[in-house]
Design a protein around this ligand. Structure first.
Ligand code: SF4
Length: 342
């Protein structure tokens, strides 16, 4: 892997963050782009958040990008740009948890920390048939002890990489190919025919969220976009003004009633027929796009005053704004409409 060539802690850290919850084939081009554009932590600390979000677009889980910038700024402000060299120092940085700190200590400094992600936890749990939820403290302790014992005198980085690869490619979560597995004769879960139940799967109920995006254009072919506020998912990314609902999509009457509460104008909505869905770690977002205009009343200007933080973006500006994958679909559609009509 390219971040292993010179064992630079900055590159190892960058790679670990980029590749969290991301496949290597998908993350690698981003890693290469970031190393080229931000060759060290000072360059990364100096970039504006919205510019970095644009570079990050497509990777998802924007909290990672936000924390990466915060941590880079801490390293520059508090350590003069010198990268931390101990596990404890890494753990103090925003977004760096025990797994990331351990991986950096192993791959950049060849220090013997257990590198246990969900794939490695699954391998260890199956080989030794560890019962129960592997995210809980007693099981984590057991896995750490098994990892240390198995590693023995092997190189920390070689052992960690081999186990990470084995978990990602051979001992996969669903239907692993045990017949071809070189560890089959040592595997207790296989011997007891309980592979599919180890570790037990956790059922997470995802919250459903319904977005009604409003496409509001002016006569200069500009469109109103707003930045999502802090404390919400996708905060810092741009989108069309949105009406959110938790239960289901609102019908047009319900949507107009909702909008009427916020304005004295008579408004007109037209559903474009465009609907998109995106699954996030804790929720599913369903979105529809409506054309919106004001028919009469105190005027469009007053309605738009609600979106004081909004900007009127033309096609060129729209292409530069960082957006979620879901919103990017609507943006591309709108850009296509603009091209057709101009
Ligand atoms: S035998 Fe199957 S369950 Fe056991 S380690 Fe190999 S792939 Fe994983």
């Amino acid at each position: 892997m390219p971040w292993m060539e010179d064992r630079d802690p900055y590159k190892v850290w960058l790679a670990e963050v980029v590749l969290q919850q991301t496949r290597v084939e998908q993350g690698l081009p981003y890693f290469r782009k970031f190393v080229q554009k931000y060759p060290d932590v000072s360059h990364l600390a100096a970039v504006e958040e919205s510019v970095f979000f644009k570079d990050w677009e497509g990777l998802g889980y924007y909290q990672r990008a936000r924390n990466l910038l915060k941590a880079a700024r801490c390293i520059v402000a508090q350590r003069g740009g010198e990268m931390p060299t101990s596990y404890e120092e890494w753990l103090r940085l925003p977004g760096v948890g025990p797994y990331t700190a351990a991986a950096i200590m192993v791959f950049a400094f060849e220090r013997p920390y257990p590198v246990i992600d969900s794939n490695v936890a699954r391998v260890l749990a199956r080989l030794w048939n560890v019962a129960g939820d592997v995210s809980r403290a007693p099981q984590r302790q057991e896995l750490h002890a098994l990892y240390e014992k198995w590693r023995g005198r092997h190189s920390p980085s070689d052992f960690a990489q081999a186990l990470l690869d084995f978990g990602a490619m051979q001992c996969v979560a669903m239907r692993p190919d045990c017949a071809s597995c070189p560890l089959q004769r040592y595997c207790i879960a296989h011997a007891r025919e309980v592979v599919d139940d180890v570790p037990p799967r956790r059922k997470t109920l995802k919250e459903q969220v319904y977005f009604h995006y409003l496409l509001i254009e002016d006569h200069r072919h500009r469109v109103l976009v707003t930045k999502r506020r802090n404390g919400t998912f996708w905060s810092g990314l741009y989108e069309f003004p949105v009406v959110e609902s938790k239960e289901a999509f609102l019908d047009e009457k319900g949507l107009i009633a909702h909008l009427a509460a916020a304005t004295t104008c008579r408004v007109m909505l037209h559903y474009t027929g465009l609907e998109r869905h995106q699954v996030l770690s804790h929720r599913r977002v369903h979105a529809r796009l409506y054309r919106f205009s004001v028919l009469e009343g105190v005027g469009e200007h007053d309605f738009i005053q609600q979106y004081k933080q909004g900007i009127w973006a033309d096609a060129a500006q729209m292409k530069l704004l960082p957006m979620s994958r879901l919103m990017d679909f609507f943006r591309q559609w709108w850009l296509g409409q603009i091209t057709q009509s101009s």
